[in-house]
Design a protein around this ligand. Structure first.
Ligand code: GLP
Length: 242
């Protein structure tokens, strides 16, 4: 695991944007694994400002989507990706795939999603955030490292953390479709970003704890090309200097 600690959240976003842009410059038809969440908003903003025209040949798969939300729902990850990234791309839209949280048969949708990633040749570059409980995608603590795309029951901590995106806390879905940890570990490169002191405990467990399903993000210790980019606040609970 390569770890960088930068001064500010904006520095983290700028560095991640630079890595994403370099990826499509080096391989225009890259298969990208994309993430949502507040941490990623500044990343997409920087990518759009610097290199929107570079993504015409890329393909993307999003990590996850809430079960039951229509793409038009402003809290859905479909809506997030459209407004923060996809609608700003030119000249041609990136070929983007997001799990269908409204699928009639969610298990079949999960299998088809996994198959689509394999058919595309696998993910070249996976962008990741981290939940306050150490989740990646929506893989909650206890998820086996071999897991593939599937329906996940959201942890209480996750539903509470994501409640501000919804009109009422009770509107937060109880389930999501998510790439599995095995799916994520299959990416050739993983880049995880964390900013803010509320992520510091999860970051310390990911980096300095044992690789264990108790902290899903700790799986990155087992990945051959994982880069973790932190701001000072998110690095605040690390015991060993980076
Ligand atoms: C959600 C997403 C994760 C994301 C996490 C952190 O639960 N499923 O992929 O990493 O939240 O989001 P934020 O950046 O808003 O803290």
């Amino acid at each position: 695991m390569q770890i960088s600690v930068l001064d500010t959240a904006q520095d983290v976003a700028d560095q991640a944007a630079g890595l994403l842009i370099a990826q499509v410059e080096n391989k225009p038809d890259s298969v990208l694994g994309l993430a949502t969440g507040r941490t990623m908003e500044a990343v997409y903003q920087a990518v759009v400002a610097r290199a929107a025209h570079r993504f015409g040949h890329a393909r993307s798969f999003n990590l996850d989507e809430y079960v039951g939300l229509a793409p038009s729902n402003t809290a859905s990850f479909h809506h997030y990706m459209t407004t923060h990234f996809l609608m700003h791309l030119s000249p041609s839209m990136i070929n983007a795939t997001i799990p269908d949280g409204q699928a009639q048969d969610l298990d079949a949708e999960a299998r088809a999603y996994e198959h689509s990633i394999e058919s595309a040749g696998g993910i070249d570059f996976q962008l990741l955030g981290i939940g306050v409980n150490g989740h990646i995608g929506f893989n909650e603590p206890g998820t086996p490292f071999s897991s593939k795309t599937r329906v996940e029951t959201l942890a209480h901590a996750t539903r509470r953390a994501n409640a501000p995106q919804f009109a009422s806390p009770t509107d937060v879905p109880t389930h999501a479709l998510t790439m599995g940890i095995g799916t994520i570990l299959g990416a050739r490169k993983c880049v995880l970003l964390a900013t803010g002191g509320q992520k510091a405990a999860a970051v310390a467990r990911m980096v300095e704890g044992a690789a264990s399903t108790d902290c899903p993000a700790s799986c990155l210790q087992l990945h051959a090309d994982a880069h973790v980019i932190l701001d000072k606040a998110a690095a605040g609970a690390l015991r060993r200097p980076v």
